[in-house]
Design a protein around this ligand. Structure first.
Ligand code: 8YV
Length: 330
Protein backbone atom coordinates (compact mmCIF):
# COMPACT_ATOMS: atom_id res chain seq x y z
CA UNK A 1 0.00 0.00 0.00
CA UNK A 2 1.29 3.49 -0.91
CA UNK A 3 1.87 5.88 1.97
CA UNK A 4 -0.28 8.99 1.49
CA UNK A 5 1.59 12.05 0.32
CA UNK A 6 1.88 15.03 2.71
CA UNK A 7 -0.80 17.63 1.97
CA UNK A 8 -0.27 21.21 0.80
CA UNK A 9 -2.70 24.10 0.50
CA UNK A 10 -2.28 26.69 -2.28
CA UNK A 11 -4.34 29.67 -1.16
CA UNK A 12 -4.83 31.51 -4.48
CA UNK A 13 -4.89 30.85 -8.21
CA UNK A 14 -1.34 30.53 -9.50
CA UNK A 15 0.72 29.23 -12.45
CA UNK A 16 -0.08 25.60 -13.36
CA UNK A 17 3.65 24.84 -13.12
CA UNK A 18 3.45 25.56 -9.37
CA UNK A 19 0.69 23.00 -8.92
CA UNK A 20 2.53 20.49 -11.15
CA UNK A 21 5.83 20.78 -9.29
CA UNK A 22 4.20 20.57 -5.89
CA UNK A 23 2.10 17.58 -7.02
CA UNK A 24 5.28 15.58 -7.70
CA UNK A 25 5.85 15.48 -3.93
CA UNK A 26 2.56 16.35 -2.25
CA UNK A 27 -1.18 16.03 -2.43
CA UNK A 28 -2.11 19.58 -3.43
CA UNK A 29 -5.34 21.44 -2.72
CA UNK A 30 -5.33 24.37 -5.18
CA UNK A 31 -7.73 27.28 -5.56
CA UNK A 32 -8.11 27.47 -9.35
CA UNK A 33 -11.17 29.72 -9.18
CA UNK A 34 -9.23 32.17 -6.99
CA UNK A 35 -11.95 32.32 -4.35
CA UNK A 36 -11.07 34.77 -1.56
CA UNK A 37 -11.39 32.61 1.55
CA UNK A 38 -12.19 34.31 4.81
CA UNK A 39 -10.17 33.35 7.87
CA UNK A 40 -12.61 30.61 8.96
CA UNK A 41 -12.48 29.04 5.50
CA UNK A 42 -8.67 29.32 5.37
CA UNK A 43 -8.49 27.63 8.76
CA UNK A 44 -10.85 24.89 7.63
CA UNK A 45 -8.79 24.21 4.51
CA UNK A 46 -5.52 24.24 6.45
CA UNK A 47 -6.62 21.22 8.49
CA UNK A 48 -4.30 18.28 7.81
CA UNK A 49 -1.95 20.39 5.66
CA UNK A 50 1.79 20.38 6.38
CA UNK A 51 2.54 23.32 4.09
CA UNK A 52 0.85 26.43 2.76
CA UNK A 53 1.76 28.30 -0.42
CA UNK A 54 0.69 31.87 0.43
CA UNK A 55 0.60 35.24 -1.29
CA UNK A 56 1.49 37.53 1.59
CA UNK A 57 -1.99 38.37 2.85
CA UNK A 58 -2.88 35.23 4.82
CA UNK A 59 -2.36 36.12 8.49
CA UNK A 60 -0.40 33.43 10.38
CA UNK A 61 -0.75 34.13 14.08
CA UNK A 62 -0.88 32.21 17.35
CA UNK A 63 -4.67 31.79 17.27
CA UNK A 64 -4.64 30.21 13.81
CA UNK A 65 -1.49 28.16 14.36
CA UNK A 66 -2.90 26.65 17.57
CA UNK A 67 -5.62 25.10 15.41
CA UNK A 68 -3.24 23.76 12.74
CA UNK A 69 -1.09 21.19 14.57
CA UNK A 70 0.11 19.52 11.34
CA UNK A 71 1.50 22.70 9.79
CA UNK A 72 5.28 22.84 9.29
CA UNK A 73 5.84 25.66 6.79
CA UNK A 74 4.09 28.65 5.28
CA UNK A 75 5.86 29.90 2.13
CA UNK A 76 5.04 33.41 0.92
CA UNK A 77 5.60 34.11 -2.77
CA UNK A 78 6.24 37.73 -1.73
CA UNK A 79 9.23 39.50 -0.26
CA UNK A 80 7.03 41.22 2.34
CA UNK A 81 5.97 39.03 5.24
CA UNK A 82 3.93 41.27 7.47
CA UNK A 83 1.24 38.56 7.38
CA UNK A 84 3.55 36.44 9.56
CA UNK A 85 3.73 36.66 13.33
CA UNK A 86 7.22 35.16 13.32
CA UNK A 87 7.59 34.71 17.11
CA UNK A 88 4.24 32.87 17.14
CA UNK A 89 5.34 30.75 14.17
CA UNK A 90 8.63 29.88 15.86
CA UNK A 91 6.79 28.99 19.07
CA UNK A 92 4.53 26.69 17.06
CA UNK A 93 7.52 25.21 15.19
CA UNK A 94 6.30 26.54 11.84
CA UNK A 95 8.84 27.86 9.35
CA UNK A 96 8.05 31.06 7.44
CA UNK A 97 9.77 31.78 4.13
CA UNK A 98 9.57 34.76 1.76
CA UNK A 99 10.69 35.50 -1.80
CA UNK A 100 13.44 38.13 -1.80
CA UNK A 101 15.84 39.14 -4.62
CA UNK A 102 13.84 37.78 -7.56
CA UNK A 103 11.58 40.85 -7.65
CA UNK A 104 14.13 43.53 -6.79
CA UNK A 105 14.84 44.96 -10.25
CA UNK A 106 11.23 44.72 -11.50
CA UNK A 107 9.97 46.50 -8.40
CA UNK A 108 12.66 49.17 -8.71
CA UNK A 109 11.58 49.72 -12.34
CA UNK A 110 8.06 50.29 -11.10
CA UNK A 111 9.27 52.84 -8.57
CA UNK A 112 10.49 54.85 -11.52
CA UNK A 113 7.30 54.19 -13.48
CA UNK A 114 5.35 55.75 -10.62
CA UNK A 115 7.80 58.61 -10.09
CA UNK A 116 7.87 59.53 -13.78
CA UNK A 117 4.10 59.15 -14.21
CA UNK A 118 3.47 61.34 -11.18
CA UNK A 119 6.12 63.99 -11.87
CA UNK A 120 5.18 64.27 -15.55
CA UNK A 121 1.43 63.99 -14.91
CA UNK A 122 0.98 61.06 -17.27
CA UNK A 123 -2.35 59.73 -16.03
CA UNK A 124 -3.86 63.15 -15.33
CA UNK A 125 -3.11 64.35 -18.85
CA UNK A 126 -4.29 61.08 -20.38
CA UNK A 127 -7.66 61.43 -18.65
CA UNK A 128 -7.86 64.99 -20.03
CA UNK A 129 -7.15 63.74 -23.54
CA UNK A 130 -9.60 60.82 -23.34
CA UNK A 131 -12.28 63.20 -22.08
CA UNK A 132 -11.93 65.14 -25.33
CA UNK A 133 -10.66 68.25 -23.55
CA UNK A 134 -7.48 68.66 -25.63
CA UNK A 135 -8.26 71.32 -28.19
CA UNK A 136 -4.94 73.13 -28.48
CA UNK A 137 -1.33 73.15 -27.29
CA UNK A 138 -0.27 75.69 -24.69
CA UNK A 139 3.12 76.44 -23.20
CA UNK A 140 2.24 75.42 -19.65
CA UNK A 141 -0.20 72.59 -20.27
CA UNK A 142 0.43 69.79 -17.75
CA UNK A 143 3.75 71.24 -16.83
CA UNK A 144 5.30 68.81 -14.35
CA UNK A 145 8.29 68.34 -12.09
CA UNK A 146 11.85 67.54 -13.18
CA UNK A 147 13.08 64.07 -12.35
CA UNK A 148 16.61 64.09 -13.82
CA UNK A 149 19.06 66.10 -11.78
CA UNK A 150 16.72 66.39 -8.78
CA UNK A 151 17.28 65.01 -5.29
CA UNK A 152 15.70 61.66 -4.48
CA UNK A 153 15.18 60.71 -0.84
CA UNK A 154 14.77 56.96 -0.30
CA UNK A 155 13.35 55.74 2.99
CA UNK A 156 14.27 52.06 3.44
CA UNK A 157 17.56 51.11 1.82
CA UNK A 158 17.30 47.35 1.46
CA UNK A 159 17.71 45.50 -1.82
CA UNK A 160 14.89 47.37 -3.61
CA UNK A 161 15.93 50.75 -2.19
CA UNK A 162 19.47 50.19 -3.47
CA UNK A 163 18.22 49.17 -6.94
CA UNK A 164 16.18 52.38 -7.05
CA UNK A 165 19.21 54.40 -5.95
CA UNK A 166 21.34 52.95 -8.77
CA UNK A 167 18.69 53.85 -11.35
CA UNK A 168 18.39 57.33 -9.89
CA UNK A 169 22.11 58.09 -9.68
CA UNK A 170 23.39 56.43 -12.83
CA UNK A 171 20.31 56.64 -15.06
CA UNK A 172 18.78 59.97 -14.14
CA UNK A 173 21.75 61.85 -12.70
CA UNK A 174 19.91 62.40 -9.44
CA UNK A 175 21.48 63.19 -6.10
CA UNK A 176 20.45 60.32 -3.83
CA UNK A 177 20.02 60.55 -0.09
CA UNK A 178 18.61 57.74 2.00
CA UNK A 179 17.36 56.99 5.46
CA UNK A 180 17.48 53.52 6.93
CA UNK A 181 17.39 51.89 10.37
CA UNK A 182 21.11 51.27 10.02
CA UNK A 183 23.57 53.08 7.81
CA UNK A 184 25.00 51.10 4.88
CA UNK A 185 28.72 50.38 4.71
CA UNK A 186 30.84 52.78 2.68
CA UNK A 187 31.27 50.38 -0.27
CA UNK A 188 27.49 49.89 -0.65
CA UNK A 189 26.89 53.63 -0.35
CA UNK A 190 29.48 54.21 -3.09
CA UNK A 191 27.96 51.51 -5.32
CA UNK A 192 24.59 53.28 -5.05
CA UNK A 193 26.10 56.78 -5.06
CA UNK A 194 23.86 57.49 -2.07
CA UNK A 195 24.51 59.38 1.13
CA UNK A 196 22.90 58.88 4.51
CA UNK A 197 20.56 61.49 5.97
CA UNK A 198 18.43 61.76 9.08
CA UNK A 199 14.70 61.33 8.40
CA UNK A 200 13.87 64.98 9.00
CA UNK A 201 16.79 66.19 6.92
CA UNK A 202 15.73 63.87 4.08
CA UNK A 203 12.11 65.05 4.17
CA UNK A 204 13.17 68.69 4.07
CA UNK A 205 15.76 68.45 1.33
CA UNK A 206 14.44 65.79 -1.09
CA UNK A 207 12.59 66.85 -4.22
CA UNK A 208 11.00 63.42 -4.35
CA UNK A 209 10.62 60.87 -1.56
CA UNK A 210 10.31 57.15 -2.23
CA UNK A 211 9.19 54.70 0.45
CA UNK A 212 10.57 51.18 0.28
CA UNK A 213 10.60 50.27 3.96
CA UNK A 214 9.05 46.96 5.14
CA UNK A 215 5.84 47.28 7.16
CA UNK A 216 6.08 46.71 10.91
CA UNK A 217 4.66 48.33 14.03
CA UNK A 218 7.74 50.59 13.96
CA UNK A 219 7.17 51.75 10.37
CA UNK A 220 3.40 52.32 10.77
CA UNK A 221 2.62 55.86 9.59
CA UNK A 222 6.26 56.68 8.85
CA UNK A 223 4.68 59.48 6.83
CA UNK A 224 1.82 61.33 8.50
CA UNK A 225 0.61 64.94 8.62
CA UNK A 226 3.75 66.25 10.38
CA UNK A 227 6.13 64.59 7.91
CA UNK A 228 4.10 65.80 4.92
CA UNK A 229 4.21 69.32 6.33
CA UNK A 230 7.98 69.21 6.52
CA UNK A 231 8.37 68.20 2.85
CA UNK A 232 8.82 70.77 0.07
CA UNK A 233 5.53 72.06 -1.37
CA UNK A 234 6.86 70.94 -4.78
CA UNK A 235 7.71 67.45 -3.51
CA UNK A 236 6.38 64.14 -4.80
CA UNK A 237 5.84 61.13 -2.53
CA UNK A 238 5.97 57.57 -3.88
CA UNK A 239 4.83 54.57 -1.81
CA UNK A 240 5.54 51.16 -3.26
CA UNK A 241 6.25 49.44 0.06
CA UNK A 242 3.10 48.65 2.05
CA UNK A 243 -0.18 50.22 3.01
CA UNK A 244 -0.03 51.66 6.52
CA UNK A 245 3.43 53.16 6.08
CA UNK A 246 1.64 56.32 4.97
CA UNK A 247 -1.35 57.81 6.79
CA UNK A 248 -3.58 57.84 3.70
CA UNK A 249 -6.16 60.25 5.17
CA UNK A 250 -3.41 62.76 6.01
CA UNK A 251 -1.91 62.29 2.55
CA UNK A 252 -5.23 62.94 0.79
CA UNK A 253 -5.57 66.14 2.78
CA UNK A 254 -1.99 67.19 2.01
CA UNK A 255 -2.61 66.59 -1.71
CA UNK A 256 -5.84 68.56 -1.63
CA UNK A 257 -4.19 71.47 0.24
CA UNK A 258 -1.06 71.27 -1.94
CA UNK A 259 1.09 70.77 1.14
CA UNK A 260 3.02 68.57 -1.29
CA UNK A 261 2.65 68.61 -5.07
CA UNK A 262 1.67 65.03 -5.85
CA UNK A 263 1.91 61.36 -4.91
CA UNK A 264 2.24 58.02 -6.67
CA UNK A 265 0.85 55.05 -4.77
CA UNK A 266 0.89 51.31 -5.39
CA UNK A 267 -0.17 50.27 -1.86
CA UNK A 268 -2.92 51.44 0.50
CA UNK A 269 -4.09 51.17 4.08
CA UNK A 270 -6.75 48.44 4.10
CA UNK A 271 -6.27 47.59 0.40
CA UNK A 272 -7.91 46.64 -1.88
CA UNK A 273 -10.04 49.43 -0.40
CA UNK A 274 -8.63 52.87 -1.22
CA UNK A 275 -9.30 55.92 0.95
CA UNK A 276 -12.19 57.67 -0.84
CA UNK A 277 -10.47 61.07 -0.65
CA UNK A 278 -7.53 59.73 -2.64
CA UNK A 279 -9.94 58.87 -5.45
CA UNK A 280 -11.09 62.45 -5.80
CA UNK A 281 -7.82 64.40 -5.76
CA UNK A 282 -6.26 64.90 -9.22
CA UNK A 283 -2.62 65.05 -8.19
CA UNK A 284 -2.16 61.37 -7.37
CA UNK A 285 -1.32 58.38 -9.54
CA UNK A 286 -2.93 55.20 -8.20
CA UNK A 287 -2.03 51.63 -9.18
CA UNK A 288 -3.40 48.38 -7.67
CA UNK A 289 -0.30 46.83 -5.99
CA UNK A 290 1.39 45.77 -9.23
CA UNK A 291 5.03 46.73 -8.64
CA UNK A 292 6.28 43.14 -9.10
CA UNK A 293 3.75 42.21 -11.78
CA UNK A 294 5.61 40.90 -14.81
CA UNK A 295 5.17 37.27 -15.86
CA UNK A 296 8.84 36.42 -15.41
CA UNK A 297 9.10 37.99 -11.98
CA UNK A 298 5.84 36.56 -10.68
CA UNK A 299 6.95 33.14 -11.96
CA UNK A 300 10.30 33.50 -10.18
CA UNK A 301 8.56 34.57 -6.96
CA UNK A 302 6.21 31.57 -7.13
CA UNK A 303 9.08 29.20 -8.01
CA UNK A 304 11.04 30.34 -4.97
CA UNK A 305 8.05 29.61 -2.72
CA UNK A 306 7.82 26.14 -4.30
CA UNK A 307 11.57 25.60 -3.79
CA UNK A 308 11.09 26.47 -0.13
CA UNK A 309 8.17 24.07 0.32
CA UNK A 310 9.84 21.16 -1.46
CA UNK A 311 13.27 21.83 0.09
CA UNK A 312 11.97 22.06 3.63
CA UNK A 313 9.42 19.28 3.56
CA UNK A 314 11.60 16.75 1.72
CA UNK A 315 15.09 17.61 2.99
CA UNK A 316 14.64 19.96 5.94
CA UNK A 317 16.33 22.79 4.01
CA UNK A 318 14.67 26.03 2.93
CA UNK A 319 16.23 28.54 0.52
CA UNK A 320 15.01 31.73 2.19
CA UNK A 321 13.96 30.94 5.76
CA UNK A 322 12.80 33.82 7.97
CA UNK A 323 12.79 32.15 11.39
CA UNK A 324 15.80 29.84 11.06
CA UNK A 325 15.57 28.81 14.70
CA UNK A 326 12.83 26.40 13.60
CA UNK A 327 15.43 24.58 11.47
CA UNK A 328 17.58 23.67 14.49
CA UNK A 329 15.98 20.93 16.58
CA UNK A 330 15.78 21.93 20.24
C1 8YV B 1 3.26 41.17 -4.14
C2 8YV B 1 4.81 42.56 -2.73
O1 8YV B 1 2.84 41.05 -5.44
O2 8YV B 1 6.45 40.87 -2.65
C3 8YV B 1 5.82 41.72 -2.04
O3 8YV B 1 6.01 41.92 -0.83
O4 8YV B 1 4.39 43.53 -2.24
C4 8YV B 1 4.34 42.22 -4.10
O5 8YV B 1 5.42 41.84 -4.87
C5 8YV B 1 2.11 41.44 -3.23
O6 8YV B 1 2.50 41.42 -1.91
C6 8YV B 1 0.96 40.48 -3.42
O7 8YV B 1 0.15 40.46 -2.29
Amino acid sequence: MNTPKPRILVTRAIFQSVIDRLSEHFEVEPNPDDVLWDRAELLRRMQGKVGVFATGTERMDAELLAQCPDLKICANMTVGYNNFDLPAMSAAGVLGTNAPDVLTETTADFGFALLLATARRVTESEHFLRAGLWTRWSYDMFSGAEVHGSTLGIIGMGRIGQAIARRAAFGFGMRVIYHNRSRLDAATEAACKASYAGKQELLQSADHVMLVVPYSAASHHTIGAAELASMKPTAILINLARGGIVDDAALAQALRNRTIAAAGLDVYEGEPKVHPDLLTVPNVVLTPHIASATPGTRQAMADLAVDNLIGYLTQGKAVTPLNSEVLTPR
